[in-house]
Design a protein around this ligand. Structure first.
Ligand code: ADP
Length: 811
């Protein structure tokens, strides 16, 4: 403040008034500034303006007093006869004029000046009691009087006006709610408005004479010396201060200082206005706190921290979440070294290089690096930052750091699964196709929009649609197994429309399209496709719908499988045939006996018939009866032979609808003699609910015969006295047939149970061990199941099999 320095160009500068009119100038300027700042421009400070009537009344009184005073003074001096001392009269008149000018306008004073001149001339100038002026000296004296009185009047008026203005302005300053202080050069308070009284609590008398910042315990935003120097340069200063009120409360004020200078430009003090911004500050603080709390919460929730780094000072600042991400306590001072300690050793060098490059070239950076936490686990952080240069040329880096570990794990897993999928696709030993069906779906959408819902009938009427639909299913990618399966030399040969592979089986393509039209998620069918080299291959075709108009199709070549299956079936027929023939071999005696009986009966009947014929009077009626009986027996024999021939024949199985009970009875009929011969009681318990089955009659005979023969052999083996077999049927929950053959034999040893249906398992001397194995394959081929336990009601073994009801049998 002592040296007048160049004003700071950044601060608005207004020249200050000189010391003579400083008080008025700075107060009025301040008041003006104050009013302008507050938007009070145009507000007139109220000043009571008297009415004309009041004014005339006041003038009347004043003039009356003036005239009384003039008359009294003149009369007094005439009585005292002090004509030789007109100076006394002059002084007296001047006094009156001064008094009057103190009380009213210049006009009154001027009029009374003229009256005084007239009185002086008349009463106190020679010739006395005459208005004549005898000498030039008198004229000069009177003119001088008038001039003096007018000068004095003017001065008095000015002084009076100044006083009034001062008073008005002081009053004006009391109108503002701001605290206005006038300080001298030592910052001692010389003025303290009502706003200051209200804001700070001290009365004007208490405050005046005190050093402002001592009284108010002012907290400045910078050292006071620096502020004074800055304000000395600029002539003004603005800033926020914290003041302490009389009762000890802290108030935030927006303080504006205007410097007062003397005519040499030296500071003589300042005028300060302090606006209370405590409420605003608190609100801002609360907002900042809540915003900070929100930000901090948002950072915590999104696992995103922020940081700032000053390249010059090396100072690093971290948000709370950044501390958490780097797993440091937030009471330590963050440094780059601490950050790098956490960065994975393998990533440190390139992260440092990336940072250096960003700072050197002032370019943003965006990196992902690993972090090693104190417990040894690894996190992945995504860090973005942007360097900026401030006005002093210092580089500052601000950025955000995000924990992307879960995303990274998910991404890696996805990448791995994608890779796995690609590997699978490429190297799976079955043929895989990636088909683009977007165009087909568009066609279907258009079709559905026109109201088509029965696709097969639409297709029947629109063969062109079928051709177009087939053409728009495009193979985008096929794997190596496909290239091999279709005899292609490269993948490219197979890409494009797939219609050409369905030439021999357009029906399959029709069903594929229908399945697609119905939005079925999966299609599966055994069919045949034409390869590039013209072969027809049996395939199991599976098509799975995925998103985005892509279909994944898989083909399993069945050509070899079909052939193997066919061979197997042939072999099974052979085996079954062999087994039947072998059973027949075992039953030879029984069969012979069986045949013997009708043959014997035929012979007997024929003999009887002959005898009736040989009579002198042949009894033709008896002959007829004998021949009929023979015929019936011959028919029985033929039936037996037919059954045996059926058992012995080798033919392809054929399935027909039949009653299981008929089949069982037929089979038992076959064994009738064997049963009798072995002394076995065979009974059957048939459930009336059992369904019809779709089966090959001979094969089912073979199963029942096999189970019954085994039962009889088992009972014979141990010489069981009571030999009983029960054949029982029942209907299972799902409607299937269950048939069991129970015996009174020894049952099955527990350790034999799991192996009983294996080929070549036998406990019999000379046993082949094929019977049950063939029963097993016959029943499975019919879609049923065969099993065994020792649950016979006769105490022996219980063999059972199931067969699906005819209406559920897969054809
Ligand atoms: P094989 O009759 O030639 O032995 P199978 O396959 O018909 O061949 O029978 C396998 C074995 O099952 C028999 O050797 C016998 O041990 C056992 N087995 C079959 N049926 C019965 C039964 N009802 N009771 C006891 N064991 C039986």
């Amino acid at each position: 403040m002592k040296h007048l320095k160049q004003p700071d160009p950044k601060i608005a500068y207004e020249p200050l008034a000189t010391s003579q009119d400083a008080p008025k100038s700075f107060i009025s300027e301040f008041v003006k500034a104050l009013l302008n700042n507050k938007g009070y421009q145009g507000v007139v400070v109220p000043r009571a303006k008297p009415s004309l009537e009041e004014h005339i009344r006041y003038l009347g009184k004043l003039w009356a007093v003036g005239i009384v005073l003039m008359v009294t003074v003149t009369w007094g001096m005439v009585r005292l006869e002090i004509f030789d001392r007109p100076g006394t009269a002059v002084l007296a008149y001047l006094l009156i004029i001064v008094v009057l000018s103190l009380m009213d306008s210049f006009v009154t004073s001027a009029i009374f000046s003229l009256i005084s001149v007239a009185c002086l001339d008349y009463f106190f100038m020679v010739p006395l009691y005459s208005f004549d002026i005898s000498s030039t000296q008198d004229i000069v004296a009177l003119v001088t009087f008038v001039a003096t009185s007018l000068v004095i009047t003017t001065l008095v008026r000015r002084a009076r006006r100044f006083g009034e203005t001062q008073h008005e302005q002081a009053h004006l300053l009391d109108l503002t709610p701001d605290a206005i202080l006038v300080l001298d050069v030592d910052r001692v308070i010389t003025y303290w408005n009502r706003g200051a009284e209200k804001l700070f609590g001290w009365k004007r008398d208490e405050a005046i004479g005190k050093v402002a910042h001592v009284l108010l315990k002012t907290v400045y935003p910078a050292p006071l010396g620096e502020i004074l120097e800055a304000s000395g340069r600029a002539g003004r200063w603005e800033g926020q201060l914290i003041q302490t009120t009389r009762d000890g409360a802290k108030v935030f004020v927006e303080s504006k200082w205007i410097l007062r200078r003397d005519f040499k430009g030296n500071s003589i003090g300042a005028l300060e206005s302090n606006t209370d911004i405590t409420a605003r500050k608190r609100a801002e603080e609360a907002l900042r706190e809540s915003q900070a709390a929100y930000l901090s919460e948002a950072q915590r929730l999104s696992h995103t921290g922020s940081f700032g780094w000053d390249s010059t000072t090396g100072e690093l600042t971290w948000s709370e979440e950044t501390f958490r991400l780097f797993e440091y306590d937030n009471d330590i001072k963050p440094t780059l070294d601490l950050a790098f300690q956490r960065i994975h050793p393998e990533d440190r060098d390139w992260v440092r290089a990336a940072l250096d490059r960003a700072i050197a070239h002032k370019v943003p950076f965006d990196i992902e690096h690993r972090l090693r936490t104190p417990d040894g686990s690894t996190k992945t952080l995504h860090v973005v930052g942007s360097p900026s240069t401030d006005e002093t040329g210092q580089i500052k880096l601000v950025g955000a750091v995000m924990d992307v570990t879960p995303r990274k794990i998910a991404y890696d897993a996805l990448e791995k699964s994608e890779l796995r999928y690609r590997h699978l696709f490429k190297f799976m030993p079955i043929s895989l196709w990636k088909l683009d069906v977007r165009r087909l779906m568009e066609m279907f959408d258009e079709l559905k929009a026109t109201g088509v819902s029965d696709f097969p009938s639409y297709l029947a009427d629109h063969s062109d649609f079928f051709q177009r639909a087939m053409d728009v299913i495009v193979a985008e990618e096929v794997n190596e197994a496909t290239v091999r399966m279709f005899g292609a030399s490269s993948q490219a040969e197979l890409l494009g429309s797939v219609g050409r592979f369905f030439k021999q089986r357009p029906d399959t393509m029709e069903r594929i399209l229908e399945s697609r039209f119905n939005d079925d998620p999966l299609f599966e069918e055994k069919s045949q496709l034409v390869t590039l080299d013209g072969r027809l291959i049996d395939v199991l075709l599976t098509a799975a719908r995925t998103e985005f108009g892509v279909t994944l199709a898989g083909l399993v070549e069945l050509t070899d499988l079909v052939r193997t299956q066919e061979t197997l079936e042939r072999l099974q027929i052979e085996f079954a045939h062999a087994a039947r023939v072998s059973t027949l071999g075992e039953l030879t005696a029984s069969i012979a006996h069986e045949l013997n009986q009708p043959l014997g009966a035929i012979a007997t009947n024929c003999e009887a018939g002959l005898r009736w014929l040989d009579r002198p009077e042949p009894d033709l009626h008896e002959v007829n009866a004998a021949i009929r009986r023979s015929l019936a027996d011959a028919q029985r024999s033929a039936d037996i032979i037919a059954r045996i021939r059926a058992m012995a024949a080798r033919r392809v199985p054929e399935r027909v609808l039949m009653s299981p009970h008929d089949v069982i009875l037929e089979a038992l009929q076959f064994l009738r003699h064997e049963v009798e011969w072995r002394g076995v009681t065979v009974s059957h318990i048939f459930s009336p609910e059992v369904p019809q089955v779709l089966a090959d009659r001979t094969l089912l005979h073979q199963v029942i015969v096999n189970l019954a023969v085994n039962a009889m052999q088992a009972m014979a083996q141990i010489g069981t006295v009571e030999r009983r077999i029960t054949v029982r049927t029942s209907c299972l929950d799902g409607g299937a047939l269950r048939c069991s053959v129970e015996d009174s034999g020894p049952g099955i040893a527990t350790d034999h149970l799991p192996r009983l249906f294996e080929s070549f398992f036998s406990t019999k001397q000379g046993g082949m061990g094929m019977g049950l194995s063939i029963c097993h394959s016959i029943i499975e081929a019919h879609g049923g199941r065969i099993g065994v336990d020792n649950g016979s009601i006769h105490g022996g073994a219980r063999f059972f099999f199931t067969l699906p009801a005819a209406d559920r049998t897969l054809q």
